[in-house]
Design a protein around this ligand. Structure first.
Ligand code: FAD
Length: 384
């Protein structure tokens, strides 16, 4: 990956530098807003390791053949250009907290800044597993998932016997992915979902769990609960109870783990490495560093790692960055008590799960489709 300065920002001498690290859900909304209501005397920069950010709400729909690639990706260069921001195509690899530098690429290119916002998401936790190889397809980054999905499709097309696909992680993301892949490979591949706990979709109500468990059974996807993959061998996975399962491909969709460089930079993190932040979305010891989305852990709050929360944080994040720059006090982010999840079932229907209620219908898919398309339109139809 090269470091490319794509668009000059509207900077003035003496202006301050605001650096957005990562093109996550909160940052794309922030750029959209800053494009409409520009920040004064601020040079805005986005550092992103990719040029097109994936919208996860449409990811299973893309795999299931409903949405094209462009429909679920946000062109970050174009968005930066709209927001008058500089786009730097590079991976952030650290922070020099004393000098207020963002380190990018191989760490030898420091980027001086005054204010930082971090929205880099995470990747599924695989660090403790022995034997991870190229058959393992992580659900994040999305580009790797999609490249892996192409190999799965090719193998299903060309192989004499149906490949066996093991999906590790039975949360909403893993189940939605399994259903979407199955809808495309019906009869040409076999699927096994491995779930660590006793039920699929932990964090969702019993009714949603039952609906999706029944659906998987009807479509002949195997579910193994109370099991963990502890080793990946050349053609199998080993479970913690010693069982060996044939695995031609392994899709890893377990819970999110944060990137290691955040803790290594000296920022205050949870034991798992998530950035500890205040309800104002400022990091504990550095009020000039903000964070949002999956990577952030708000003190004394246990929020699900979901795009919905990253999206909702955007408003508070934008307001507080503006407030910080103009010397005003920040506001607290107020998370909603319950959030509605709409889980596509790859048959023109979706399961709606909210609090202790759940239902399955075409109506919920149409609703989800409308929400997701409306979200994406904000970035596809930028005002002149
Ligand atoms: C299959 C699947 C389906 C899902 N469906 C839903 C859903 O329907 N609804 C929902 O709410 N959630 C869903 N999720 C969860 C959702 O994907 C995450 O919670 C959400 O993406 C988190 O958003 P974020 O803004 O924190 O970060 P992300 O969306 O992960 O974005 C982070 C960005 O930062 C970039 N980045 C990372 N590291 C660096 C770096 N060092 N330097 C520069 N850039 C960097 C990444 O490339 C990425 O573009 C799903 C997840 C999966 C796996």
């Amino acid at each position: 990956m090269s470091t490319v300065v794509a668009t000059p920002s509207h900077s003035l001498p003496g202006s301050r530098e605001l650096t957005l690290i990562g093109g996550g859900h909160a940052h794309v909304l922030l750029l959209r807003k800053f494009g409409e209501e520009p920040l004064r005397d601020v040079r805005l920069t986005m550092v992103s390791d990719i040029e097109h950010a994936a919208y996860s709400g449409m990811l299973p729909g893309h795999i299931g053949g409903v949405y094209g690639w462009a429909e679920m990706h946000i062109d970050l260069r174009r968005l930066c250009s709209f927001a008058g921001a500089r786009f730097i195509h590079a991976r952030a690899c650290g922070l020099d907290l004393g000098r207020k530098h963002v380190l990018i690429g191989d760490g030898t290119s420091p980027l001086p800044t005054d204010l930082i916002s971090i929205n880099v998401g995470g990747t599924p936790c695989m660090s403790t597993i022995a034997g991870i190889d190229q058959r393992v397809i992580p659900s994040k980054p999305v580009s790797r998932l999609l490249a892996g999905w192409e190999s799965v499709k090719a193998a299903a097309r060309n192989s004499m016997h149906p490949p066996q696909i093991v999906i590790v992680g039975g949360g909403a993301g893993g189940v939605e992915l399994a259903l979407a892949m199955h809808s495309q490979l019906r009869g040409k591949a076999e699927f096994i979902i491995i779930q660590r706990g006793p039920h699929l979709l932990p964090g969702h109500n019993l009714r949603a769990q039952r609906i999706l468990t029944r659906l998987l059974r009807e479509r002949k996807l195997t579910v193994i609960t109370n099991a963990q993959v502890v080793e990946v061998t050349p053609d199998k996975v080993r479970l913690n109870d010693g069982r060996l399962l044939t695995a031609d491909f392994i899709v890893w969709a377990t819970q999110t783990a944060p990137p290691a460089w955040l803790a290594e930079s000296g920022l205050d993190t949870t034991p798992e490495g998530f950035l500890r932040i205040k309800p104002t979305l400022q990091t504990i010891n550095y009020p000039w560093i903000f964070a949002a989305g999956d990577v952030a852990a708000i003190e004394h709050q246990e929020l699900p790692k979901s795009g919905v929360f990253a999206v909702r944080m955007a408003k508070t994040l934008g307001g507080n960055l503006r407030a910080y720059l103009s010397g005003h006090g920040p506001r607290d982010y107020q998370p909603q008590r319950y959030s509605l999840s709409l889980i596509g079932t790859a048959d023109g229907r979706a399961v709606a799960s909210y609090g202790c209620m759940a239902a399955h219908s075409t109506h919920f898919w149409q609703w989800k489709d409308r929400i997701d398309r409306r979200f994406m339109r904000q970035f596809q139809e930028l005002p002149m």
